[in-house]
Ligand binder design. Structure first.
Ligand code: C5P
Length: 230
Protein backbone atom coordinates (compact mmCIF):
# COMPACT_ATOMS: atom_id res chain seq x y z
CA UNK A 1 0.00 0.00 0.00
CA UNK A 2 1.33 3.46 -0.82
CA UNK A 3 1.14 6.45 1.47
CA UNK A 4 -2.09 8.41 1.73
CA UNK A 5 -0.15 11.56 2.63
CA UNK A 6 0.28 14.29 0.01
CA UNK A 7 2.77 16.99 1.02
CA UNK A 8 1.97 20.46 -0.36
CA UNK A 9 5.27 21.80 -1.73
CA UNK A 10 4.37 25.44 -1.17
CA UNK A 11 7.83 26.85 -1.87
CA UNK A 12 8.78 29.86 -3.98
CA UNK A 13 11.67 28.30 -5.88
CA UNK A 14 12.74 24.93 -7.28
CA UNK A 15 15.90 25.06 -5.14
CA UNK A 16 13.94 25.37 -1.90
CA UNK A 17 11.55 22.62 -2.92
CA UNK A 18 14.34 20.27 -3.98
CA UNK A 19 16.25 20.86 -0.76
CA UNK A 20 13.10 19.85 1.12
CA UNK A 21 12.46 16.79 -1.08
CA UNK A 22 16.08 15.54 -0.96
CA UNK A 23 15.76 13.32 2.16
CA UNK A 24 12.29 12.01 1.24
CA UNK A 25 11.52 8.63 -0.33
CA UNK A 26 8.59 8.11 -2.72
CA UNK A 27 7.13 5.38 -0.49
CA UNK A 28 6.71 7.87 2.38
CA UNK A 29 4.54 10.47 0.66
CA UNK A 30 3.17 11.97 -2.52
CA UNK A 31 3.94 15.57 -3.49
CA UNK A 32 1.61 18.41 -4.51
CA UNK A 33 2.80 21.17 -6.84
CA UNK A 34 0.47 24.17 -6.90
CA UNK A 35 0.35 27.52 -8.71
CA UNK A 36 3.19 29.19 -6.84
CA UNK A 37 5.81 26.55 -7.48
CA UNK A 38 4.59 25.69 -10.97
CA UNK A 39 4.72 29.31 -12.11
CA UNK A 40 8.16 29.74 -10.55
CA UNK A 41 9.76 26.43 -11.46
CA UNK A 42 7.78 25.13 -14.45
CA UNK A 43 7.15 21.73 -16.00
CA UNK A 44 10.82 20.71 -15.95
CA UNK A 45 10.74 20.79 -12.18
CA UNK A 46 7.62 18.60 -12.15
CA UNK A 47 9.42 16.13 -14.45
CA UNK A 48 12.34 16.01 -12.01
CA UNK A 49 10.04 15.00 -9.16
CA UNK A 50 8.45 12.33 -11.34
CA UNK A 51 11.90 11.05 -12.37
CA UNK A 52 12.78 10.69 -8.71
CA UNK A 53 9.88 8.26 -8.45
CA UNK A 54 7.34 10.48 -6.65
CA UNK A 55 3.61 10.44 -7.28
CA UNK A 56 2.94 14.10 -8.10
CA UNK A 57 -0.41 15.87 -7.76
CA UNK A 58 -0.32 18.82 -10.18
CA UNK A 59 -2.82 21.14 -8.49
CA UNK A 60 -3.57 23.67 -11.25
CA UNK A 61 -7.40 23.61 -11.01
CA UNK A 62 -8.15 24.01 -14.71
CA UNK A 63 -11.33 25.94 -15.56
CA UNK A 64 -11.94 27.01 -19.17
CA UNK A 65 -13.89 25.92 -22.23
CA UNK A 66 -13.95 22.12 -22.70
CA UNK A 67 -11.45 22.03 -25.58
CA UNK A 68 -8.87 24.12 -23.73
CA UNK A 69 -9.20 22.15 -20.50
CA UNK A 70 -8.94 18.86 -22.41
CA UNK A 71 -5.68 20.03 -24.04
CA UNK A 72 -4.29 21.22 -20.71
CA UNK A 73 -5.11 17.86 -19.09
CA UNK A 74 -3.38 16.01 -21.91
CA UNK A 75 -0.29 18.23 -21.56
CA UNK A 76 -0.27 17.68 -17.79
CA UNK A 77 -0.56 13.91 -18.30
CA UNK A 78 2.49 14.15 -20.56
CA UNK A 79 4.53 15.20 -17.52
CA UNK A 80 3.88 11.79 -15.98
CA UNK A 81 2.01 13.13 -12.96
CA UNK A 82 -0.18 10.94 -10.75
CA UNK A 83 -3.11 13.33 -10.20
CA UNK A 84 -4.53 16.49 -11.80
CA UNK A 85 -7.62 18.59 -11.14
CA UNK A 86 -10.23 20.85 -12.70
CA UNK A 87 -13.00 23.06 -11.29
CA UNK A 88 -16.36 21.26 -11.24
CA UNK A 89 -18.16 24.57 -11.94
CA UNK A 90 -16.69 24.30 -15.45
CA UNK A 91 -19.61 21.92 -16.00
CA UNK A 92 -20.31 18.38 -17.16
CA UNK A 93 -19.12 18.94 -20.73
CA UNK A 94 -15.82 20.38 -19.57
CA UNK A 95 -15.23 17.50 -17.12
CA UNK A 96 -16.23 14.90 -19.71
CA UNK A 97 -13.81 16.47 -22.21
CA UNK A 98 -11.03 16.29 -19.62
CA UNK A 99 -11.84 12.61 -18.99
CA UNK A 100 -11.95 11.89 -22.72
CA UNK A 101 -8.58 13.59 -23.27
CA UNK A 102 -6.95 11.09 -20.92
CA UNK A 103 -8.50 8.05 -22.59
CA UNK A 104 -5.54 7.22 -24.83
CA UNK A 105 -2.90 8.09 -22.26
CA UNK A 106 -0.95 5.14 -20.86
CA UNK A 107 -1.12 5.27 -17.04
CA UNK A 108 -3.41 8.32 -17.01
CA UNK A 109 -3.34 10.58 -13.96
CA UNK A 110 -6.23 10.47 -11.54
CA UNK A 111 -8.61 13.26 -12.47
CA UNK A 112 -10.39 15.02 -9.63
CA UNK A 113 -12.48 18.18 -9.27
CA UNK A 114 -12.57 21.15 -6.93
CA UNK A 115 -16.17 21.75 -5.79
CA UNK A 116 -16.67 24.90 -3.68
CA UNK A 117 -13.48 26.58 -2.54
CA UNK A 118 -13.28 26.48 1.24
CA UNK A 119 -12.67 30.24 1.20
CA UNK A 120 -16.30 30.68 0.01
CA UNK A 121 -18.94 31.08 2.71
CA UNK A 122 -22.70 31.32 2.14
CA UNK A 123 -22.60 35.08 1.50
CA UNK A 124 -19.72 34.79 -0.97
CA UNK A 125 -21.47 31.98 -2.79
CA UNK A 126 -24.72 33.97 -2.97
CA UNK A 127 -22.85 36.94 -4.40
CA UNK A 128 -21.86 34.74 -7.35
CA UNK A 129 -25.51 33.87 -7.96
CA UNK A 130 -25.59 30.50 -6.19
CA UNK A 131 -28.48 30.37 -3.71
CA UNK A 132 -27.72 26.89 -2.32
CA UNK A 133 -26.04 26.33 1.03
CA UNK A 134 -22.30 25.69 0.53
CA UNK A 135 -22.68 22.10 1.76
CA UNK A 136 -25.52 21.40 -0.72
CA UNK A 137 -23.52 22.95 -3.53
CA UNK A 138 -20.50 20.80 -2.64
CA UNK A 139 -22.64 17.67 -2.82
CA UNK A 140 -24.25 18.79 -6.07
CA UNK A 141 -20.90 19.49 -7.75
CA UNK A 142 -19.33 16.29 -6.41
CA UNK A 143 -22.22 14.32 -7.89
CA UNK A 144 -21.75 16.14 -11.20
CA UNK A 145 -18.04 15.27 -11.11
CA UNK A 146 -18.85 11.61 -10.44
CA UNK A 147 -21.43 11.41 -13.22
CA UNK A 148 -18.94 13.08 -15.61
CA UNK A 149 -16.54 10.20 -15.00
CA UNK A 150 -14.10 11.90 -12.64
CA UNK A 151 -12.20 9.91 -10.04
CA UNK A 152 -12.94 12.12 -7.06
CA UNK A 153 -12.95 15.60 -5.55
CA UNK A 154 -10.95 17.87 -3.32
CA UNK A 155 -13.06 18.47 -0.22
CA UNK A 156 -12.81 19.72 3.32
CA UNK A 157 -12.60 17.09 6.02
CA UNK A 158 -16.00 18.28 7.32
CA UNK A 159 -17.57 17.29 4.00
CA UNK A 160 -15.82 13.93 3.70
CA UNK A 161 -18.23 11.68 5.60
CA UNK A 162 -21.26 13.08 3.73
CA UNK A 163 -19.55 12.63 0.34
CA UNK A 164 -18.28 9.14 1.20
CA UNK A 165 -21.85 8.09 2.04
CA UNK A 166 -23.29 9.72 -1.10
CA UNK A 167 -20.68 8.64 -3.63
CA UNK A 168 -19.43 5.24 -2.52
CA UNK A 169 -16.15 3.64 -1.52
CA UNK A 170 -14.20 4.09 -4.76
CA UNK A 171 -14.66 7.85 -5.15
CA UNK A 172 -11.47 9.68 -4.15
CA UNK A 173 -11.73 12.31 -1.41
CA UNK A 174 -8.61 14.47 -1.18
CA UNK A 175 -8.57 16.72 1.85
CA UNK A 176 -6.47 19.72 2.90
CA UNK A 177 -6.86 21.53 6.23
CA UNK A 178 -5.29 18.65 8.14
CA UNK A 179 -3.38 19.36 11.32
CA UNK A 180 -1.65 16.74 13.49
CA UNK A 181 -2.99 16.88 17.06
CA UNK A 182 -1.35 19.76 18.93
CA UNK A 183 0.14 21.52 15.89
CA UNK A 184 -0.38 25.14 14.82
CA UNK A 185 -3.57 25.71 12.78
CA UNK A 186 -1.99 28.50 10.71
CA UNK A 187 -4.67 30.21 8.60
CA UNK A 188 -6.82 27.07 8.29
CA UNK A 189 -10.02 27.60 10.25
CA UNK A 190 -11.80 24.23 10.29
CA UNK A 191 -9.18 21.55 10.72
CA UNK A 192 -9.17 17.82 11.38
CA UNK A 193 -6.43 15.54 12.63
CA UNK A 194 -5.16 12.71 10.38
CA UNK A 195 -6.95 10.17 12.57
CA UNK A 196 -10.27 12.04 12.25
CA UNK A 197 -9.75 12.34 8.48
CA UNK A 198 -9.17 8.60 8.18
CA UNK A 199 -12.30 7.92 10.22
CA UNK A 200 -14.30 10.30 7.99
CA UNK A 201 -13.36 8.20 4.95
CA UNK A 202 -10.79 10.53 3.36
CA UNK A 203 -8.65 8.85 0.65
CA UNK A 204 -5.66 11.21 0.77
CA UNK A 205 -4.75 14.05 3.10
CA UNK A 206 -2.90 17.17 1.91
CA UNK A 207 -0.55 18.62 4.52
CA UNK A 208 1.75 21.58 3.96
CA UNK A 209 3.22 23.76 6.69
CA UNK A 210 2.97 21.31 9.62
CA UNK A 211 5.54 19.28 7.66
CA UNK A 212 7.43 21.81 5.52
CA UNK A 213 8.07 24.14 8.46
CA UNK A 214 8.73 21.46 11.08
CA UNK A 215 12.21 21.21 12.64
CA UNK A 216 12.11 17.48 11.83
CA UNK A 217 9.84 16.89 8.81
CA UNK A 218 10.66 13.16 8.64
CA UNK A 219 9.35 12.63 12.17
CA UNK A 220 6.08 14.42 11.36
CA UNK A 221 5.70 12.40 8.13
CA UNK A 222 6.22 9.14 10.04
CA UNK A 223 3.67 10.17 12.66
CA UNK A 224 1.04 11.14 10.07
CA UNK A 225 1.60 7.93 8.10
CA UNK A 226 1.13 5.94 11.30
CA UNK A 227 -2.06 7.87 12.08
CA UNK A 228 -3.36 7.16 8.58
CA UNK A 229 -2.73 3.46 9.11
CA UNK A 230 0.22 3.24 6.74
O1 C5P B 1 0.08 24.44 4.84
P1 C5P B 1 -1.27 23.77 4.70
O2 C5P B 1 -1.31 22.38 5.29
O3 C5P B 1 -2.39 24.64 5.18
O4 C5P B 1 -1.42 23.59 3.12
C1 C5P B 1 -2.58 23.10 2.55
C2 C5P B 1 -2.45 23.06 1.05
O5 C5P B 1 -3.71 22.70 0.51
C3 C5P B 1 -2.06 24.37 0.40
O6 C5P B 1 -1.31 24.04 -0.77
C4 C5P B 1 -3.38 24.98 0.02
O7 C5P B 1 -3.29 25.82 -1.11
C5 C5P B 1 -4.19 23.74 -0.33
N1 C5P B 1 -5.63 23.90 -0.20
C6 C5P B 1 -6.25 24.27 0.99
N2 C5P B 1 -7.61 24.38 1.05
C7 C5P B 1 -8.35 24.14 -0.04
C8 C5P B 1 -7.75 23.76 -1.23
C9 C5P B 1 -6.37 23.66 -1.29
O8 C5P B 1 -5.59 24.48 2.00
N3 C5P B 1 -9.65 24.22 0.05
Amino acid sequence: MSSRLIIALDFGTAEQALAFVEPLAPAQCKLKVGFELFVAAGPEFVRQLVQRGFDVFLDLKFHDIPNTVASACKAAAGLGVWMINVHAVGGAKMMAAAREALQDVANPPKLIAVTVLTSMDKAQLQSTGVAAEPMQQVQHLAQLAASSGLDGVVCSAQEAAMLRAALGQDFLLVTPGIRPAGSDQGDQSRVMTPVQAREAGVSYVVVGRPITQAPNPLAVIAQINANLGF
